[in-house]
Design a protein around this ligand. Structure first.
Ligand SMILES: [Zn+2]
Ligand SMILES: [Zn+2]
Ligand SMILES: [Zn+2]
Length: 163
């Protein structure tokens, strides 16, 4: 028996048959879903951060990914949000380990500051070698998968790394 692969028509990532929405872009597949803030309005998409459905007044697609108004300020790239940045590889290593111990999946990007689009590093572990990227120009960016952002923020707040 061959299992046919389902893909999201918007972002073409793989989805499961019983998914009500695409976890990567927030495209809604289920019908007659109402906005979490307006019970009389049809939802336009599902916020990839808080996973709530919203109408087009309460949320919108940004670069083909749906965010509610409250979650629309995140910097994101390839299904991950940037929550924290540092030019200290040792600090970043500590933060990454703490998040992994909580069952989260952080990913570290190295990038020259001022460059607006994120560039994925070839070898993320190499970036954590002390000294290698610790210069003024290169920054380390902590990237968190959309659905783990709320949990990761709580951890970072406890560590007093973000407000
Ligand atoms: Zn999608
Ligand atoms: Zn949201
Ligand atoms: Zn609404």
């Amino acid at each position: 028996m061959e299992e046919k692969k389902l893909v999201c028509p918007n972002c073409e990532c793989e989805i499961k048959e019983d998914d009500d929405f695409c976890p990567d872009c927030g495209t809604l597949f289920a019908e007659d879903v109402k906005c979490a803030a307006h019970e009389d309005k049809n939802a336009e998409g599902v916020c990839v951060i808080c996973c709530e459905p919203f109408c087009k007044e309460c949320g919108s697609f940004i670069d083909d990914v749906f965010f509610c108004e409250e979650d629309s300020d995140y910097k994101f790239s390839e299904g991950r949000v940037n929550l924290f940045e540092s030019n200290d590889p040792e600090q970043m290593d500590v933060v990454k380990n703490i998040l992994e111990e909580k069952g989260l999946h952080p990913y570290i990007l190295s990038q020259t500051r001022g460059n607006k689009s994120f560039v994925l590093g070839a070898d993320p572990t190499a970036m954590l070698m002390p000294g290698k990227y610790a210069n003024d120009l290169s920054y380390l960016y902590l990237m968190i998968p959309f659905q783990e952002v709320i949990k990761a923020e709580e951890v970072l707040q406890e560590l007093k790394l973000i407000e």
